[in-house]
Design a protein around this ligand. Structure first.
Ligand SMILES: NC(=O)c1ccc[n+]([C@@H]2O[C@H](COP(=O)([O-])OP(=O)(O)OC[C@H]3O[C@@H](n4cnc5c(N)ncnc54)[C@H](OP(=O)(O)O)[C@@H]3O)[C@@H](O)[C@H]2O)c1
Length: 154
């Protein structure tokens, strides 16, 4: 399924299951975009410094790119989607892995005024998927004029 030359995005792939998913996609020959707000240490920024060299080393692939994304912020999602489409025509696989567990009853809001858990787990992934539907459909042989389509989004 995932062969040489395919393009994948994995959100929240600096750590955990996202990292392992991106690593496996890179091993299988995908060009992988790590869409993250942090490096190996949550909360600590790391554009390109550690995560990418490590994944290149572990996968044996040079096709690994880090692009900043905070899925809880619509401005960040829009900027990511715009930059991605300047770089790539197609997107074969989108893995919406970034997410968080809501704890306690205290309401936390993003700087855009959205409830944090909802923004992170629902609004951000929905918006990202919507903004990337055209490259997803292009890569997966869908007719862009038809309303029904089938694309691999997880
Ligand atoms: N492990 C489980 O048993 C389990 C069960 C149910 C669901 N899940 C879900 O499955 C996914 C992966 O699980 P995991 O155990 O690997 O989780 P994890 O180790 O907590 O990793 C979550 C990832 O999501 C990223 N993330 C969170 N909020 C983000 C945001 N606003 N913007 C960008 N990235 C963000 C984190 O980045 P930072 O490092 O920057 O925080 C981290 O890379 C998560 O969505 C989790 O909620 C996991």
């Amino acid at each position: 399924m995932f062969t040489l030359g395919k393009v994948a995005i994995v959100t929240g792939s600096n750590t955990g299951m996202g990292y392992e998913t991106a690593l496996e996609l890179a091993r299988r020959g995908c060009r992988v975009y790590l869409a993250c707000r942090s490096g190996p240490v949550p909360g600590e920024p790391d554009p390109d410094a550690e995560t990418v060299p490590r994944m290149k080393r572990e996968s044996g692939s040079e096709e690994v790119r880090f692009r900043p994304l905070d899925v809880s912020l619509t401005a960040s999602v829009e900027a990511f989607a715009e930059r991605f489409q300047e770089e790539e025509d197609r997107l074969d696989v989108l893995v919406n892995n970034a997410g968080m567990v809501g704890r306690g009853s205290h309401r936390r809001e993003t700087e855009e005024g959205l409830e944090l858990v909802t923004a992170t787990n629902y609004i951000g992934p929905f918006l990202l998927t919507k903004l990337l539907l055209a490259p997803l459909r292009r890569a997966n042989g869908n007719d862009l004029q038809k309303e029904e389509f089938d694309v691999p989004v997880y």
